[in-house]
Write a protein that binds this ligand. Structure first.
Ligand code: FNR
Length: 218
C-alpha cells in the first residue's frame, strides 16, 4: 500500500503543527469514538519485543484533577527554586499545565514485567520498555493533533501524587500525565519559544555525518 502525496503531506502537516497545549482548552467533551481512535493509534506504537507495556487511564473527575493540580503546584514551587534571577521570574510567568481546564486527563503507564523477565531487545538496554511507552505517547499526541485535539504533557509532578490519585500499583511505572481537549487553533511555534525560553535548534546542528561532532548553535 503506497502513501499518496496528499496523505504524505497530511502526515507532515500533523507532525509540524502538533503543539504542547497548556491553555485555551475548550470544555467540549471528546466523543467516545474519537477517544477510541486516538487510543488505538497509541496502542499501535512500536514496542520492544512487541511487549506493549502501556496502559491508558482516562481521568474526567474534577476531584481527581484537583488532586493532580495540587501535586503540580507543589512540584512547580519546588522547581522554581532551581532557577535564579531573571530566569526564575521568566519561569514564574510560564503556564505549564492545563490540568483542570482540559476536559480529559490521560495517564500513560508502563508495566515493565508484562511479558516476563526476559524481553527480546531489552536484554542489553533495560530502559527500552519505558521508551516503548513513550512511543505510545507520541502516537497519541499526533493522532490527537489529526483530530484537532490539543495535548499537554505535565511532568512537573511527583509520581507518588499521580500514583495515589489514580490508584496505580507500585510495580507499574508512570510515564506521562496528559491534558487533553479541543482547542480552536494551534500556535505555529512552541509556547517556550514564544516566551523567549529557548529557540528551536537549526536541524543542521542535530545532523552529524559519520561520527559525532560538537553541535554548533549559530
Ligand atoms: C517528556 C516531556 C515532558 C514535558 C514536555 C514534553 C516532553 C516530551 N512538555 C512540553 C514541552 O515543553 C514542549 O514539547 C516543547 O516546549 C516543544 O513545544 P511543542 O511540543 O513543539 O509545542 C511539558 N510542557 C509543560 O508545559 N509542562 C511539562 O511539565 C512538560 N513536560
Amino acid at each position: 500500500m503506497n502513501i499518496t502525496e496528499a496523505e504524505r503531506d497530511a502526515v507532515y502537516k500533523t507532525i509540524f503543527s502538533r503543539r504542547d497545549v497548556r491553555r485555551e482548552f475548550k470544555s467540549d467533551p471528546i466523543p467516545q469514538a474519537v477517544l477510541e481512535r486516538i487510543l488505538l493509534a497509541a496502542h499501535h506504537a512500536p514496542s520492544v519485543g512487541f511487549m506493549q507495556p502501556w496502559d491508558f487511564i482516562t481521568i474526567q473527575s474534577p476531584i481527581t484533577k484537583s488532586a493532580i493540580k495540587k501535586g503540580f503546584l507543589q512540584a512547580h514551587h519546588e522547581s522554581l527554586e532551581q532557577f535564579e534571577g531573571d530566569r526564575q521570574n521568566q519561569y514564574k510567568r510560564l503556564k505549564l499545565e492545563g490540568i483542570e481546564e482540559a476536559p480529559l486527563g490521560i495517564c500513560v503507564t508502563c508495566d515493565r514485567s508484562r511479558t516476563g523477565p526476559v524481553v527480546l531487545g531489552r536484554t542489553t538496554k533495560p530502559e527500552m520498555d519505558l521508551f516503548s511507552a513513550v512511543c505510545a505517547v507520541q502516537n497519541l499526541w499526533l493522532a490527537a493533533r489529526a483530530e484537532n485535539i490539543g495535548v499537554g504533557w505535565v511532568s512537573i509532578i511527583h509520581d507518588n501524587v499521580v500514583r495515589n490519585a489514580l490508584k496505580i500499583p507500585e510495580n507499574i511505572d508512570i510515564i506521562a500525565y496528559l491534558c487533553v481537549g479541543y482547542v480552536d487553533s494551534f500556535h505555529s511555534t512552541p509556547d517556550l519559544e514564544r516566551a523567549g525560553w529557548l529557540p528551536r535548534r537549526d536541524v543542521k546542528s542535530a545532523i552529524h555525518h559519520e561520527y559525532w561532532q560538537e553541535p554548533s548553535f549559530d
